[in-house]
Design a protein around this ligand. Structure first.
Ligand code: PMP
Length: 390
């Protein structure tokens, strides 16, 4: 019998593919492209970390771990989170090792979302948030932050978006794509609103190690927020371990148990060799994190300075590895800009519009690239702006 219908779920059919992919696919067909497009470290994972994974395999550690992850790793995560961010979680009941921050986000959202629940998503943001909320049966209510506030969420904006269906707010600082970091006062103001309306925060702090001007403050460390926060973190960015697919959640026991139910059925556990690698990263890898961070900081300063010299407005991002300059002076949309720049000068950047409200008029440039690549990109962008503003 011939197939006469689509078996794909409506919720998936309606999903738009990630806007980032389109540019990567186009760039992949061209030679000599300088890419500021990808959101991953250009560094290779430290050798001692790779070696720890190799050693674990040599010792024959090839079975599943506990669903929530190796207990030694969870203990080390608890110590790390307490030392670095002054948040305290029980390794047994409140920490789950996940397949990247990506899966951590998925189980966090699914664990708290009933059909029709609203989750506030602050844009511009990482492209997965709204689709994950929709897949969980919730409704993503988006708020657009703007360049004139350095893309900092304003508490009044948050208050205006809250309804009696609001369950949680999803925050990401340091931010992808803007690099914006919130300081303690900014976070306090948001936390007040969260407590006033009895909400939960999903805090994606995957870039917490990459905060350049002051130590990262975790929203969970603020008074009264530990019980209202699901912390998402991981090894991809600060530890340069994207391909290992390892992240974690820290949350109060009730929510952790709920997330663990989903995790145990959907994933069983994260990869065992990757967990041994992560253990080594936490025990001995902080020196390498600091040294990568030093390089990123230098590159950030170079990129912001260069964009200013080219004549593009660019706020100084406090963290992550992205700059988000305005291209409004060119009169092009961000998508037109990115496409034209790729075709004319072979530089790949990501149009701000793919990151949602507030992103139009900007481009995301990742500086997780060598200084020589960044210098080449700046040279080409400068020529492009000259040719396009006559
Ligand atoms: N959150 C943000 C804000 C990100 O930028 C990314 C990766 N680009 C992720 C989560 C996913 O990270 P992971 O590789 O740990 O799944």
């Amino acid at each position: 019998m011939t197939i006469t219908k689509s078996y794909v779920a409506k919720s998936v059919e309606q999903m738009r593919p990630s806007g980032i992919r389109k540019f990567f696919d186009l760039a992949a067909t061209m030679d000599g492209v300088v890419s500021l497009g990808v959101g991953e470290p250009d560094f290779v994972t430290s050798w001692s970390v790779r070696e720890a994974a190799i050693n674990s395999l040599e010792r024959g550690f090839t079975s599943y771990t506990a669903n929530a992850g190796l207990i030694e790793l969870r203990q080390e995560i608890a110590r790390y989170m307490s030392d670095r961010f002054h948040v305290h979680y029980s390794p047994k009941e409140e920490i789950i090792v996940t397949v990247g921050a990506s899966q951590a986000l998925d189980i966090a959202i699914r664990a708290i979302t009933d059909p029709g629940d609203e989750i506030i998503v602050v844009e511009p943001c990482f492209v997965s948030y709204a689709p994950l909320v929709e897949l969980a049966g919730g409704r993503a209510v988006t708020i657009g932050t703007t360049g004139d506030t350095g893309f900092k969420l304003q508490p009044e904006q948050l208050e205006a978006a809250i309804t009696d269906k609001t369950k949680a707010i999803l925050l990401c600082y340091p931010n992808n794509p803007t690099g914006t970091q919130l300081d303690r006062d900014d976070l306090e103001a948001i936390a007040e609103m969260v407590k006033k309306y009895d909400l939960l925060v999903i805090a994606d702090e995957i870039y917490a190690e990459l905060a350049y001007d002051q130590a990262h403050t975790s929203i969970a460390s603020l008074e009264g927020m530990r019980g209202r926060t699901i912390l998402i973190n991981g090894f991809s960015k600060g530890f340069a371990m994207t391909g290992w697919r390892l992240g974690f959640t820290c949350a109060p026991e009730e929510i952790s148990s709920a997330m663990l139910k989903i995790h145990q059925y959907a994933m069983m556990c994260a990869s065992t060799p990757a967990q041994y690698a992560a253990l080594e990263a936490l025990q001995h890898g902080m020196g390498d994190v600091e040294s990568m961070k030093k390089d990123y900081r230098q590159r950030r300063n170079y990129m912001v300075q260069s964009f200013k010299e080219i004549g593009l407005d660019c706020h100084l991002p406090g963290g992550a590895f992205y700059v988000f300059p305005s291209i409004q002076s060119t009169g092009l949309t961000s998508e037109q800009f990115a496409e034209k720049l790729l075709l004319e000068e072979k530089v790949a950047v990501v149009p701000g519009s793919v990151f949602g409200a507030g992103g139009e008029g900007y481009i995301r440039c990742s500086y997780a690239s060598s200084m020589s690549q960044l210098q080449e990109a700046v040279k080409r962008i400068s020529r492009f702006i000259e040719n396009n503003t006559k």
